[in-house]
Design a protein around this ligand. Structure first.
Ligand SMILES: *[C@@H]1O[C@H](CO)[C@@H](O)[C@H](O)[C@H]1NC(C)=O
Ligand SMILES: *[C@@H]1O[C@H](CO)[C@@H](O)[C@H](O)[C@H]1NC(C)=O
Ligand SMILES: *[C@@H]1O[C@H](CO)[C@@H](O)[C@H](O)[C@H]1NC(C)=O
Length: 411
């Protein structure tokens, strides 16, 4: 039997187009991952110096590429970490990875005795990979491998760094980067100009999630180690926020624009301007809320706080706390009220940072450089523990919503 020529052509075309268009059938709902929080405040000043070193590194990485920046303080490890468990390879090895919005590579092997394991799904590449963070760095080789994100969902071919060496990571096996894909440029050698699709990109491109976005929920904690967060790939979890999510476009101001950067202004109380509208970033890898040094001076005067030499944090008296006003973060016309209690370091954890149990420390700290530099604030965990956040790659925007904890008095 001969197939009419036209029909054969259209059949071929159908398949050719089908392959080219890679028709992805999305039949999965958003994927929820449980996040685990761990504190490791080991020395006085660790928290503030860690955050400042990270801020410095983020600014430098954006300007100069992926280079290590000399940091004069010894930073041994992350102060607060949120981790998720994922499986790599076939059969999968389970790794506990730090969730990081400020970087985009995913890698394993930070822990001694738990290196990357070759398996039947390992596809070696010819690249080395290296990433520097404010709090450490890693060097290794790049493989493509199966990455199991939840019991029923696996990415078939994910670029993964297999660490040969790493510095500054204790208690985690590596990093799961949820930053923008552009941050992977310059991390591969010799393929220095290439970017590698992030985990979120691949989940979306392989039809495993319905949207290229991530929703994050962190609740405030008062215990050292607890399961209290959730990351949603491909959507948001309406049971974790109240009201509606408002979005703000990713800023065009560099270097904040390379990260999850937004334009935002900050006010204290009814009328004290702390920071007029400027660019900064939203970052899970920063513990505190950092604001440019001039804004920090205004906040210090407004609250009457003094810098505590032992912890490196601002400290206020009970009388000053009684008068402490809310901070108002305004972005794209929407204002988020950050209560007085939200501005406190959790008092039950005071002694862990070398502080005095009965003192009142504040989580607003000095970024270490004046405003006008294109990255003038960092909304870190302290902010994200009060507002649900959405990192929307497809629409280049960041969303926030209030949660049951926005006005909680847990601190
Ligand atoms: C906490 O920090 C100490 C000292 O830097 C380090 O030895 C330890 O491994 C860290 N633990 C965790 C769980 O990060
Ligand atoms: C953010 O602020 C900068 C500087 O004022 C401005 O050019 C830009 O249009 C603003 N909006 C966005 C989305 O970047
Ligand atoms: C804090 O440190 C500075 C500089 O080291 C010193 O001048 C100041 O007296 C100290 N303040 C307190 C309260 O110890």
């Amino acid at each position: 039997m001969t197939i009419p020529r036209r029909s054969l052509l259209s059949t071929l075309l159908f398949f050719a187009l089908g392959v080219a268009a890679n028709p992805v059938v999305v039949n999965h709902s958003p994927i929820k991952l449980t996040l685990f929080k761990q504190h490791n405040f080991t020395s006085a000043h660790n928290l503030v110096t860690h955050d400042q070193a990270r801020a410095e590194q983020l600014k430098n990485r954006a300007y100069k590429g992926n280079v290590a920046v000399p940091v004069n303080t010894q930073i041994t490890n992350q102060a607060v970490t949120y981790t998720a468990s994922v499986g790599v390879g076939n059969p999968p090895t389970t790794y506990s990875l730090l969730i990081d919005t400020g970087s985009s590579n995913t890698w394993v092997g930070a822990t001694q005795g738990k290196p990357y394991r070759f398996s039947t799904s390992t596809r070696p590449t010819t690249n080395f990979v290296e990433v520097s963070y404010g709090s450490g760095s890693f060097q290794g080789f790049e493989v493509d491998d199966k990455l199991k994100i939840s019991p029923n969902v696996a990415i078939q071919s994910q670029s993964i760094g297999a660490a040969i060496a790493s510095q500054g990571f204790n208690g985690v096996d590596g990093i799961l980067g949820i930053g923008p894909v552009g941050l992977t440029a310059g991390t591969l050698f010799p393929a220095t100009t290439s970017t590698v699709p992030t985990v979120t990109d691949n989940l979306f491109n392989q039809g495993l999630i319905p949207a290229n976005q991530v929703g994050i929920y962190f609740a405030p904690t008062t215990q050292q180690s607890v399961q209290n967060g959730e990351l949603t790939y491909g959507g948001t979890d309406s049971s974790k926020y109240t009201g509606t999510i408002s979005y703000t476009p990713v800023t065009t101001t560099s270097p904040a624009s390379r990260y999850w950067g937004i334009n935002q202004s900050i006010r204290y109380g009814p009328s004290t301007a702390i920071l007029s509208t400027t660019a900064g970033i939203v970052d899970t890898g920063t513990t505190l809320i950092l604001i440019a040094s001039d804004a920090f001076s205004r906040y210090t005067s407004a609250t009457g706080a003094v810098l505590d030499n032992t912890t490196g944090l601002l400290s206020i008296t009970p009388a000053q706390y009684a008068k402490l006003q809310s901070l108002y973060f305004t972005t794209n016309g929407v204002t988020y009220t950050f209560t007085a209690n939200a501005q406190l370091f959790p008092r039950s954890l005071n002694t862990l940072i070398g502080g005095t149990a009965s003192n009142i420390y504040l989580i607003v700290a000095n970024l270490g450089s004046p405003s006008g530099r294109g990255l003038d604030f960092i909304n870190g965990y302290a902010f994200l523990e009060r507002f649900y956040s959405v990192f929307d790659t497809a629409n280049k925007r960041v969303g926030f919503a209030t949660t049951a904890f926005t006005t909680a008095t847990t601190n």
